[in-house]
Design a protein. Structure first.
Lengths: 257, 247, 248
């Protein structure tokens, strides 16, 4: 059985130097349940990546390339068929779909996940108020999750990933539905976090502000390639997955909520 | 935070979710009134001869008989749907909760606690409505059997939630307990279908009928009921565990 | 838009609805299995009850007849419910694409009518297997009428509660209570019972099984359906916005 579970928390790390997350030779195939019916998709074939403390890495790729699958494997929500993942420290994961309890209020959501992270009630309240202020959802603290708009739900989704001050942040399209101000607040936050030494990997469909990232890796044909120095394609934005709009605006982010 | 504190917090949040699930609450309030109303009050009075396990042939009022059958049925219906909803929520967010630091066993313990509560509440509501017309003779055993019915079917609901969506799942968990307890386990039927002995409702219905009409109850079926619970429970726990862990 | 085009558009709409239905195997399975399960189930259940003294036929047959009406009414009711759920989601947009609201409404109605005919046929087929029926054509019409009544009521339920699970659960118990109380199995104040949606269809149905045709009840059923049509039309207008302009 391939060595998949090598998750270390605040203990002896076999990772050198500044590296806090390393994935080696990750392979994953989705097989159809019945023979002769459906597709067998080899999503990842020997993909590998290293992330260092204080880095922001952008993960790009075409729709369906397997970025979310890769991240789920890095986080431990999905098992790879082959390969190993090693992490030094606590992980915060913001999945693409808000995996939250619809009928709980925002306050209750923080209490539940805070308990999971091992935080006491004081720490939970502090984190909750901090992110409510930062991302702008103080007035929604007593709203049920399913009564929130898409953008606000995503703020909660992201906050749950951040609240316990993780060492490694894995974010899958974290600013979907954010208004402009929250979007800017998000990038301010990432700057602060990286200064503290948090490593961040962000899956994004577009990397219009490439300067914000230390590195950009592209997932294509099952493997990751560093494309930091590659120029974005001019007109159609395909291939590299890096799409800068012609008028400089950021697609996918709402101008108003 | 200790294990107990974690389990209680997950349990508390689960209760809040249940309280905010209109379908569950509506069924909980409506079904007892509807069923008991029709079977106990609307149908004309009559009597039937049944075999009370451990007590022999008795003639009982039809209304009382159906009343007695209805309580474990109600517990099974509500418990089953509660279990179904549990699994469906579990498939999404419980996995994230485990990744965040809960041990699957802690989440499972909280969820089973919720099923117990659902069964107890359903039994209580059903009994409250029935008690206007009839009170089971051995109340303690009767309540225990009904809660057991609810819990067993709750775990069946968890398994059904693995495969079926919300709509199909609810209808399945309405139909199956009714078919089991009302049709197959009905003591008025002379030739019980072979299938009846293997269904979750078998032992608990036997206990409920016995407790409903006699002062001393043969407690042997409890062993069978607990065995049924253990079997379903093992599968449900395994399914739950797999759903919240690495796939 | 010509009148020929209008007829085409309606038939396209109905055809699409039928195809969409048939593409889900579980829906087809329920359509075929439910009447069988309900008819046999009710028949079996009734054998567990003692004979009610005022009933003209034996309990098992009574159960089966009730089951046939239940299956037809419930399935059609659910179809009506789903039509309105779909209308709430899609019809305003379809109006923007060129359908007139009248066309959409007629399409929805035609689909419910088609559904009523189909479920009545399936229900009758299962019933004939077990019960001898004197005038099958009238029995079929009675079942269709019962189905249509609840198809329209299902649309009303959908207007109030446009959710598949909750709406269908309401229908389950509504049809059950109506079917049971209208069937004459228990003694109830006749004046009250005559108002129940399934009362007159039940009379036509039961007499056709026996061999007579209850014309009076048939006429009342027809009037009932026409009244329901009016209510449903008004509700449809309410539910799908104002003349193609999306509500703000």
């Amino acid at each position: 059985m391939p060595n998949i579970e090598k998750r270390l928390r605040n203990g002896d790390s076999e990772l050198d130097g500044e590296v806090v997350l390393r994935a080696d030779e990750i392979s994953k195939t989705y097989e159809s349940v019945l023979p002769f019916v459906g597709r067998t998709v080899e999503v990842l074939e020997g993909a590998g990546v290293e992330i260092e403390a204080g880095e922001i890495v952008g993960i790009v790729g075409e729709n369906g390339a397997g970025k979310s699958t890769l991240m789920q494997i890095l986080v431990g929500a999905l098992g790879a068929d082959e390969g190993a993942v090693a992490v030094d420290g606590a992980v915060g994961w913001c999945p693409q779909e808000p995996l939250l309890y619809d009928r709980l209020t925002v306050r209750e959501t923080f209490r539940l996940f805070g308990t999971a992270y091992g935080m006491d009630d004081g720490e939970i309240a502090e984190a909750r108020d901090h992110y409510a202020d930062l991302l702008g959802f103080e007035q929604f603290l007593d709203y049920r999750v399913d009564h929130l708009s898409g953008g606000n739900r995503q703020k909660i989704n992201l906050s749950v990933a951040l609240m316990h001050d993780p060492d490694v942040l894995l974010l899958d399209e974290p600013y979907t539905g954010f208004d402009w101000e929250t979007y800017l607040a998000f990038w301010n936050l990432t700057e602060e976090l990286t200064e503290q030494g948090t490593a961040i990997a962000i899956i994004s469909h577009f990397v219009s502000e490439r300067e914000r990232f230390d590195r950009i890796v592209e997932l294509a044909d099952g493997v990751l390639t560093d494309v930091t120095d590659r120029e974005p394609e001019a007109s159609n934005g395909r291939g590299s997955g890096v799409a800068a709009s012609e008028d400089g605006s950021t697609p996918g982010v709402n101008a108003g909520d | 935070m200790g294990s107990v504190a974690r389990v209680s917090r997950a349990f508390e949040m689960g209760l809040r979710e249940y309280a905010r699930t209109p379908v569950l609450l509506a069924l909980l309030l409506f079904l007892p009134v509807y069923f008991v109303g029709i079977f106990v009050y609307v149908l004309p009075a009559s009597e039937m001869a049944i075999t009370v396990p451990g007590d022999g042939q008795r003639v009982v009022a039809t209304a009382d008989l159906y009343g007695v059958l209805l309580i474990p049925l109600l517990a099974g219906l509500i418990g089953g749907i509660a279990g179904l909803f549990l699994m469906q929520a579990a498939r999404d967010a419980d996995g994230r909760l485990v990744l965040a630091g809960y041990h699957p066993a802690q989440v499972i313990a909280a969820r089973i606690g919720l099923l117990v509560v659902a069964s107890v509440v359903a039994t209580a509501v059903g009994l409250a409505v029935l008690a206007v017309g009839y009170v089971p003779q051995s109340l303690a055993v009767f309540v225990a059997a009904s809660v057991l019915a609810g819990l067993t079917y709750g775990l069946v609901g968890v398994l059904v939630g693995l495969v079926l969506g919300r709509l199909a799942g609810v209808y399945t968990m309405l139909f199956v307990p009714m078919f089991d307890v009302f049709f197959l386990q009905n003591p008025t039927v002379d030739d019980q279908l072979w299938l009846a002995t293997y269904l979750p409702g078998h032992a608990v219905t036997e206990l409920a009928v016995d407790a409903g009409f006699s002062g001393s109850v043969a407690l042997d079926p409890f062993a069978q009921a607990l065995a049924a619970l253990a079997v379903v429970g093992t599968f449900a726990t395994a399914a739950f565990y797999r759903t919240t862990r690495v796939r | 838009m010509t009148d020929v085009g209008r007829a085409d558009r309606i038939s396209v709409g109905v055809g699409a609805a039928v195809r969409a239905f048939l593409r889900e195997p579980i829906q087809v399975a329920v359509l075929l299995a439910l009447p069988l399960v309900v008819i046999e189930g009710y028949g079996y259940a009734m054998t567990a009850f003692p004979e009610f003294p005022f009933m003209e036929m034996n309990a098992e047959t009574m159960g089966r007849l009730n089951g046939a009406i239940y299956a037809a009414a419930f399935l059609s009711g659910v179809m009506g419910l789903f039509q309105v759920i779909s209308a709430v989601q899609a019809d305003e947009r379809l109006q923007l694409c060129g359908y007139s609201r009248a066309e959409l409404f007629v399409t929805r109605l035609a689909t419910v009518l088609a559904a009523s005919l189909i479920v009545a046929a399936v229900s009758l087929a299962v019933l004939l297997w077990r019960v001898d029926v004197a005038v099958p054509t009238v029995v079929f019409l009675a079942l269709t009428a019962a189905a249509l009544v609840y198809g329209l009521l299902g649309m009303l339920v959908g207007a109030v509660l446009p959710r598949a699970l909750e709406g269908s659960l309401v229908l389950v118990f509504l049809v059950d209570a109506d079917d049971f109380l209208s069937s004459g199995m228990v003694e109830i104040d006749t004046r009250l019972v005559e108002l129940f949606p399934l009362y007159h269809p039940h009379q036509v149905f039961q007499s056709a099984v026996d061999g007579s045709i209850a014309t009076g009840d048939a006429l009342v059923t027809g009037a009932y359906i026409l009244c329901l049509l009016g209510v449903v039309a008004a509700v449809y207008v309410r539910v799908t916005g104002n003349g193609g302009v999306l509500r703000g």
